[in-house]
Design a protein around this ligand. Structure first.
Ligand code: NAP
Length: 320
């Protein structure tokens, strides 16, 4: 069947993002024989590839490294013929209405598409306290997998009380002799099983109701100044490294003004992962949702493609 009145586009679908959501979308779209391009950042470090061990992705009881798992996603997508462009997206714009056609600029050209899956992920959030930026790479880290081995038999602090902070604190006990977990409340946000492991780990000491006010040091980090939020009292904890895990910010700047977002910039979708812009769907950590996991990102990728397929059928039917 031909669609004589369909606008001339390069693709039915462009997936932006090369994490679990993007590659799952890629597997589903390529297998559905949609003309699809996946654009993945040329130099972007994705969260999964720096995750040491994923032990809750179903079907892999022995666990798997994040980088290794991502390679498998990619291999599976390529098996179905997914076209992949390793370039940073520099812009997204609407080029026509009725039907809506989007243009995605990446590398030295722009590609027209009927639909987009925004699967751009998120990045670690910083604390924004004095010394944090100054000592980045000199004791301040956002990646225990990357930097943990540098802290063998040394003391580190971990800031945060979520799954990431506790998981990474546990990982750091493989190297460090002492791990202080500094949390702004008196209860952790992390999952119960992680909490139990952390409470049982002798190398971990919790510093409750405390915020980090400053990262101190000369050439390298020597400690952190913490404030007791109940008394306002400032004290200093001596440490060689400060690992900061206080949540994430989405990579969604390219969609600003195109789709509705929450106040942090996470993309708002309905339950079928449609945004409020026709033809734009969102999947994975960049969308506003409660639970950010590899498995939920993968589920999002599949759902977004299904919704996009229904949309494409409608669009093609309308102008057919
Ligand atoms: P998160 O759940 O948003 O937790 C962020 C933590 O940092 C919270 O404890 C928060 O304190 C604290 N925090 C935020 N801003 C702060 C500030 N300015 N100063 C001090 N503390 C601050 O983020 P996450 O731990 O990165 O997890 C993100 C998502 O990924 C979650 O859905 C999580 O379940 C998931 N995840 C899952 C796994 C796994 O299952 N293996 C591993 C990692 C992450 P409050 O608690 O007081 O808000």
């Amino acid at each position: 069947m031909t669609h004589a009145n369909l606008p001339d586009t390069d693709y039915d679908m462009i997936i932006i993002g090369g994490g679990p959501a993007g590659y799952t979308a890629g597997i589903y779209a390529a297998r559905a024989a949609l003309k699809t391009l996946l654009v993945e950042g040329a130099g972007t470090v994705s969260q999964i590839t720096i995750t040491d061990m994923i032990e809750n992705y179903p079907g892999i009881p022995e666990g798997i490294g994040g980088f290794e798992l991502m390679q498998l996603f990619k291999k599976q997508a390529q098996k179905f013929g997914l076209e992949i462009l390793p370039k940073d997206v520099t812009g997204v714009r609407k080029v026509s209405d009725s039907p809506v056609v989007w243009e995605v600029a990446a590398g030295d050209r722009a590609y027209k598409t009927l639909s987009i899956i925004a699967a751009t992920g998120a990045m670690w959030r910083s604390l924004g306290v004095p010394g944090e930026a100054q000592f980045a790479g000199k004791g301040v880290s956002y990646c225990a997998t990357c930097d943990g081995p540098f802290y063998r038999n040394r003391t580190v602090v971990v800031v945060g009380g979520g799954d990431t902070a506790i998981q990474e604190a546990l990982f750091l006990t493989h190297f460090a002799s002492k791990v202080f977990v500094i949390h702004r409340r008196d209860r952790l946000r992390a999952a119960g099983m992680l909490q139990n492991r952390a409470f049982a780990e002798k190398k971990i000491e919790f510093v409750w109701n405390a915020t980090v006010e400053e990262v101190t040091g000369s050439e390298f980090v020597t400690g952190v100044k913490v404030k007791d939020v109940r008394t306002g009292k400032i004290s200093e904890i001596a440490a060689d490294g400060a690992f900061i895990f206080v949540g994430r910010l989405p990579y969604t700047d390219m969609f600003k003004g195109l789709v509705a977002m929450d106040k942090t910039g996470f993309i708002l979708t309905d339950e079928n992962l449609r945004t409020d812009a026709p033809g734009i769907f969102s999947a994975g950590d960049c969308r506003a949702k409660l639970f950010r996991q590899v498995v939920t990102a993968a589920g999002d990728g599949a759902n977004a493609v299904h919704s996009a397929e229904l949309y494409l059928d409608e669009v093609k039917g309308q102008v057919y």
